[in-house]
Design a protein around this ligand. Structure first.
Ligand code: C2E
Ligand code: C2E
Ligand code: C2E
Ligand code: C2E
Lengths: 74, 74
């Protein structure tokens, strides 16, 4: 499945997504990726983030969607 | 290290690179990546290709460079 983070939304989002924000910045830096709108991450990353946030990959996707942090349709 | 394949060169290259050609096509398909000039692959991929081609990652990079299949400067 495709996990596309809406970067315009994740900045303003709450405490729970602090780790996600840091993660996105780190990826953008490693890539030299200056797209300010969105960032696609790996399925592996979703699994790693789920462990860090003490939830499951599927639940994390639902949470991200409810928080409005996923790009529509991803 | 960055492994950037020169797609314009890999097509005309010899038998030894048949596996590499198939691999590049498969990646392009998975991504929907239509850049006909070059393709960056993962360090993981270099390691996997080295095993398949019965060589080491470092030796494979040298071989690819000598065969003119790497994009200059990568
Ligand atoms: N479209 C596409 N291209 C791919 C994909 N996987 C690898 N590449 C290409 O191959 C280059 C090297 O990948 P790497 O060795 O894994 O080296 C990567 C990797 O270690 C890390 N990285 C970048 N993006 C991600 C990510 O979303 N998740 C994770 N876990 N690591 C990432 O930063 C390094 C440099 O990234 P790049 O500058 O982007 O450089 C990447 C990129 O040009 C893919 O699934 N889709
Ligand atoms: N997942 C994803 N990541 C993206 C996308 N567009 C850009 N990026 C990320 O942003 C970096 C800079 O892209 P660029 O300035 O367009 O400039 C790029 C691009 O023009 C070209 N390039 C290198 N490898 C590839 C490749 O495998 N496919 C394509 N289409 N272009 C590549 O060389 C430059 C450096 O590429 P990278 O090392 O890959 O580093 C890329 C990549 O990590 C995208 O649509 N999806
Ligand atoms: N900068 C950036 N843009 C993103 C990202 N995720 C999605 N996009 C945007 O959404 C389209 C699909 O991206 P993709 O799934 O990464 O699928 C991409 C990706 O797999 C590959 N690609 C394109 N440019 C690059 C590049 O510079 N480097 C690498 N490694 N892959 C690229 O070609 C596919 C089609 O690219 P496009 O038609 O240009 O269209 C891309 C791009 O406009 C992201 O994390 N960073
Ligand atoms: N071994 C290998 N597999 C590849 C490569 N390129 C694509 N794939 C496979 O094809 C899937 C879709 O790639 P994408 O459309 O570029 O969509 C990618 C891309 O937009 C982005 N992405 C992941 N890793 C990188 C990276 O290192 N650099 C860049 N620029 N984008 C990445 O995250 C999206 C989802 O990544 P995945 O869940 O990993 O899912 C990836 C991965 O399973 C490659 O060079 N080597």
């Amino acid at each position: 499945r495709s996990i596309v983070i809406d970067l315009t939304k994740v900045d303003g989002s709450g405490e729970r997504w602090r780790g996600l924000r840091r993660y996105c910045e780190s990826i953008q830096l490693q890539r030299g990726d200056y797209n300010r709108q969105l960032l696609s991450i790996r399925g592996d990353d979703l699994r790693a983030l789920a462990i860090i946030l003490e939830t499951s990959p599927d639940s994390l996707v639902d949470e991200l969607r409810d928080a409005g942090v996923l790009v529509e349709g991803s």
